[in-house]
Design a binder for this molecule. Structure first.
Ligand code: PHE
Length: 381
């Protein structure tokens, strides 16, 4: 693509976030990024965009991938499934991208995966953890990949931690019935906690637009549960945690990767202090790869990289590795090359890619202390 048409593409994209970094001459490969730059999880979107850009700039500074400069178009899915489907279609049909990084949340990635599959464009979600992104009704969507672990793992990790480390025997769970990620992790937690000898005293759903949780929290309080599992994104968790403490709920809060945002503490205040959640990595990890990455991201973006950003850096580089192996911009060949990657060593750790395109890798447990995330431990699969 020439520079002039890159500008047009970028104008067509609505917001002028796209910029083709490649030179006017030479071969290019165009890829799309789908990320929530507005809406209820916009810190996720920003982190992913920042890291994606770092990975692209690094690759282009080295002359591109397989002799091709990386050109890109970024689209905002607003963390909305319909919007995600629209922008996936736009990237494929209008911008003619050869591969997609995204979407970021499971909620947006599920519709994107169906479109990528139907259109035969390989897509890799760096962060979407719900199993349905890569497999639907027992059938593998073979154009879809990811660079993160899946929810059955993270739900089990927290159930185990609650019973074995926190030594708790009873739990309550509140989840968003309309979000597969929230509902899926809630169900896994319920099952694992039960198998480990714990008792679930309340298991209650809310709707995606709910803002008043008092009726549910009254039940949680009356149940006397020692643990309150909150598997949702930070904006909802912040509200629920705050209202729970206001209501006098004393339970220990525990949760999922969706808590990973500097805005959680801004919304919840002290209410989430002492809460534990499962994440994909910690910037406190002393591995040299992690520390080099933290330095690089900080220099460029002035803040610590969160798990989303770090996964996006890993995932984008994994896609580049596939393009390198394919030696071509042909979507089918890139797909085959992605499927051929069995191991990938990223900043978030070593991953083994299974037959479903899912990454098997370790998780980090973090604790909120003094409003900051503190690394507690690594849990291996
Ligand atoms: N796993 C979340 C989802 O599937 C997204 C997420 C990943 C959030 C990493 C925070 C950190 O929706």
């Amino acid at each position: 693509m020439k520079r002039a048409s890159a500008v047009v593409a970028c104008i067509l994209a609505g917001v002028c976030l796209a910029a083709a970094a490649a030179s006017a001459s030479g071969k290019e490969i165009k890829i799309g990024l789908i990320t929530p730059l507005s809406g209820d999880v916009k810190t996720f979107g920003e982190s992913v965009k920042n890291s994606f850009l770092l990975a692209v700039e690094e690759a282009n500074a080295k002359g591109g991938v397989a002799g091709m400069k990386i050109a890109y178009v970024i689209q905002d899915d607003k963390n909305d499934p319909t919007e995600a489907a629209n922008v996936a279609n736009l990237l494929i049909n209008r911008h003619r991208v050869r591969a997609i990084v995204g979407a970021v949340t499971s909620k947006a990635s599920i519709p994107v995966s169906d479109i990528a599959q139907a259109m035969k464009i390989p897509a890799l979600t760096p962060t979407g953890t719900n199993p349905k992104i890569t497999v639907a009704d027992g059938k593998r969507k073979d154009y879809m990949f990811r660079s993160c672990f899946i929810d059955p793992f993270q739900g089990t990790v927290m159930a185990r931690f609650s019973v074995e480390t926190l030594k708790k025997k009873t739990a309550a769970v509140l989840y968003d019935a309309s979000n597969d990620y929230s509902k899926g992790t809630a169900e896994v937690f319920r099952e694992s906690f039960g198998k480990l000898g714990g008792k679930i005293l309340a298991f209650e759903a809310y709707g995606k637009d709910d803002v008043d949780f008092s009726a549910l929290l009254t039940k949680v309080k009356a149940s006397g549960a020692e643990i309150l599992y909150l598997p949702d994104y930070y904006s909802k968790v912040g509200l629920i945690a705050r209202q729970a403490r206001e209501k006098g709920v004393k339970a220990q809060f525990v949760g999922v990767d969706g808590w990973d945002s500097p805005d959680l503490v801004k919304i919840a205040g002290d209410a989430v202090e002492g809460g534990y959640f499962v994440n994909h990595y910690s910037p406190d990890d002393t591995r040299p790869e992690v520390q080099a990455w933290v330095r690089k991201y900080r220099e460029r973006h002035g803040q610590l990289p969160d798990a989303l950003g770090t996964l996006a850096y890993d995932g984008t580089r994994m896609l580049f590795e596939a393009i390198r192996r394919a030696g071509s911009d042909d979507p089918g060949k890139i797909r085959d090359a992605l499927a051929s990657i069995r191991d990938f060593s990223g900043v978030t750790g070593k991953m083994a890619l299974d037959a479903n395109g899912d990454a098997v890798k370790s998780a980090a447990i973090l604790r909120i202390e003094g409003g900051r995330q503190k690394f507690v431990r690594t849990v291996n699969p």
